[in-house]
Design a protein around this ligand. Structure first.
Ligand code: DQA
Length: 146
């Protein structure tokens, strides 16, 4: 069982970026957390990828087909703008869970829209980096149920 964790723009700046909202842990901490949580949830492999470029994220989703069993995605700002990411997740038909570190529902109006959500089996918000661990557990449960 293999999972791909995808992170969108500015998430490489974790720890530096708006720490009151996103916390003080770094992107490297997030990668380590995902690998550990994924192994604990029963994944043989968890790949963690970050890009500031929408097309790179779309390429990663397309290439996941046949390699990974499911996707955890935090599209970051592209959550609120990208039909391309939505279409990519729909195209591969892999189970996908949307994660946001912050409670987007309690933030600005423009963060209330998520395009990718329509292709996701679950959305997790406001749990900090632990939201990724939660998502990986849910994804493993989903995959194991067949
Ligand atoms: C975010 C929320 C988005 O609105 C924002 O653009 C991000 C991070 C989150 O994880 O809380 O970059 O996806």
């Amino acid at each position: 069982m293999k999972a791909l964790v995808l992170n969108g723009p500015n998430l490489n700046m974790l720890g530096v970026r708006e720490p009151d909202i996103y916390g003080r842990e770094t992107y490297e901490d997030l990668v380590a957390l995902c690998k550990k949580a994924g192994a604990d949830a029963g994944f043989d492999e968890v790949a963690v990828y970050q890009s500031n470029h929408e097309g790179d994220l779309i390429d990663q989703i397309q290439q996941a087909l046949g390699t990974y069993d499911g996707i955890v995605i935090n599209p970051a700002a592209y959550t609120h703008t990208s039909v391309g990411l939505l279409d990519a997740v729909k195209a591969v038909s892999l189970p996908c869970i949307e994660v946001h570190i912050s409670a987007v529902e309690d933030r600005e109006e423009f963060r209330q829209i998520s395009y990718v959500r329509a292709a996701c089996i679950k959305t997790i918000t406001g749990e900090g980096l632990q939201g990724y661990a939660h998502a990986l557990r849910l994804l493993a449960d989903h995959l194991q149920r067949g």
